[in-house]
Design a protein around this ligand. Sequence first.
Ligand code: CP
Ligand code: NVA
Length: 329
Amino acid sequence: MNLKGRSFLTLRDFTPEEITYLIDLAAEYKQKKKDGIMTDTLKGKNVALIFEKTSTRTRCSFEVAAHDLGLGTTYLDPTGSQIGKKESIADTARVLGSMYEGIEYRGYGQEIVNDLAKYSGVPVWNGLTNEYHPTQMLADLLTIREIFGDLKGRKLAYMGDARYNMGNSLMIACTKMGMHFAAGAPKKYFPQKELVDACEEYAKASGGSILLTEDPMEAVKDADIIYTDVWVSMGEPDSVWEERIHELTPYRVTKALMANAKDTAVFLHCLPAFHDLKTKIGKEMGERFGITEMEVTDEVFESAQSKVFQEAENRMHTIKAVMAATLGA
Ligand code: CP
Ligand code: NVA
């Protein structure tokens, strides 16, 4: 398997074999890290990390993984560069491509990360766009494989806004890997038809399936994994909170929902999560709408079934694998 020179923009561009290769490589890097084995084979190379939206996991994962691989890093924060405001993406890409061996981008439209890849001439890694979050998918697949020992035939139920980056990406990841994807959401939050059609084709080839349903109990029935994400994503206006809380509360991951999945089911969430009032936004919404939790109850989040911190750690190992494979470590 040779992924050197490739960009990592969406899992749609990768075969199930390539995805498995990246998960295997991440597992190897994870073991080496635990054993204290150095992996700094990319010394002398540098990567640019562009964040037009905020981040904890993705930024830290890219920085730690880069340092472990021997790479130098430059972090460009949401306000500190000329990108978009004074300089086009095509111009930025040509400048960065002349100085760096790879570029990470987190921000808005998928077309931005596509253009960075097109004009920079170096591998570009999507650290989250409105449409996709592919590095998160590798961490999720690695976590599911660590827990169950396999992926094929497992059912993942995604609850909430299934038409945004996380819902889209999980549907792609599951159907590519022979898993059964279910989305529990009001119809207007279902993924777009074009993507569902493409994923139906992946499912046909892999033995997976797709279920889109407005019935939360049907979505989670016999699931191995119940997954959710925030109800309002970065970059969306604050004005949508009220509508989201109203429309998505029936899809909150509760103990009753977990009980309708398999006994062995686990809970995953890309994080950050609103499961209590210990955040600024959580507190504000709590006061405005009289709620104490949003997409997941604190009880489920803190339960033994919740594997969200194992999942978060795996962001680093999988991001390391993506950089290593595409830079030819
Ligand atoms: N899951 C995830 O992407 O987290 P951050 O927004 O903290 O990077
Ligand atoms: N849907 C969320 C994912 C965060 C990791 C967002 O885009 O804000």
